[in-house]
Ligand binder design. Sequence first.
Ligand code: ACO
Length: 372
Amino acid sequence: MSVTRGLEGVVATTSSVSSIIESVLTYQGYDIDELAEHASFEEVIYLLWNGKLPNKVELKELADELANNAEIPQEVIEQMKAYPLDRVHPMGALRTAISSLGLYDEEADLMDEAANKRKALKLQAQVSTVVTAFSRIREGKEPVAPRTDLSFAANFLYMLTGEEPDEIAVDAFNKALVLHADHELNASTFTARVCVATLSDVYSGITAAIGALKGPLHGGANEQVMAMLTEIGDVENVEPYIRKALDNKQKIMGFGHRVYKNGDPRAKHLREMSKKLTSITGESKWYEMSVKIEEIVTNEKGLLPNVDFYSASVYHSLGIKHDLFTPIFAVSRMSGWLAHILEQYSNNRLIRPRAEYVGPNKRQYVRLEERN
Ligand code: ACO
């Protein structure tokens, strides 16, 4: 047996949802650069789930269905109010609440294709409601009910603040959602596929995926980037801070990637957005600090920023609390997870690799009373 640590380079499945070929990311064959410029998040959801871009009627239908399915059971809201609000991380809350939604869905364990698609729609619609409701509940506020007349991106920001967001914020948020929607066999998507390949249900697959996304080596990195920027505080502190961190062999969050060695194609869009939004808010320092960090890390280590690096200053500029950055990643990636889950069900085989055993061998059992 030969072991491939971290499964690097291992091709574990076929998929038509998204591809990374020569550092170009496509969703169902459409270059992410074009989608980021032109597509609404709803169009991308449709694309990922149906393999084609929607026409106007199909898009309206999906948008209406998402808006009409966005409410969550009152029981789940009451449960969130009972979470230990002073210390629970919103990713923990999201993981638990999504799992809980499965308990209130009569179809949770129905495995036919139509039922799985209905669950996908509900989960995509409800994830925004869960994230925003939790955010408000922990601030002692009541959740804001979703509106049926707003886009997915606008609805999220509206439910978060209770105020209708302006066009710049909606456009930026929509673009961020488009850019995070899917990414081939990333760790959380793989987790989802492993889970449902046992023929477990959609809620279990998504709950497992959220758990994987939460880690700082994956989706949790965006929050850590903002923590680093906050700690650095000012452009003039960047150089000593980063050099010390590199000397101490610390990982710089938001840099490096398992697959992209020539740069993450999503990062440039977020870099542009960061530049624009931080200048609008009058806090260009976050962008300037980020650029300086990029310069040093790239020169010193040859590492380039990934999707999480500039998304931190983008979300900060939108007035979003730092510990909601990763839940927002989940709101977007929900679309990709669901596409992969449906694909896995459609051509399933249990995912069960092997481990090379390196523990002790041939040991003799010693009875408890004879052990010292
Ligand atoms: N900062 C400093 N050094 C780094 C970084 C970094 N961000 N990333 C990799 N390296 C170094 C490692 O220390 C290692 O050096 P060594 O060979 O001297 O030991 C070498 O580069 C290879 O790194 P690995 O961790 O083995 O690379 P791997 O492919 O396993 O990990 C990962 C990829 C997890 C993304 C890594 O680059 C990392 O930890 N980055 C920071 C966390 C992060 O930004 N995660 C988000 C990724 S994108 C996403 O999931 C949405």
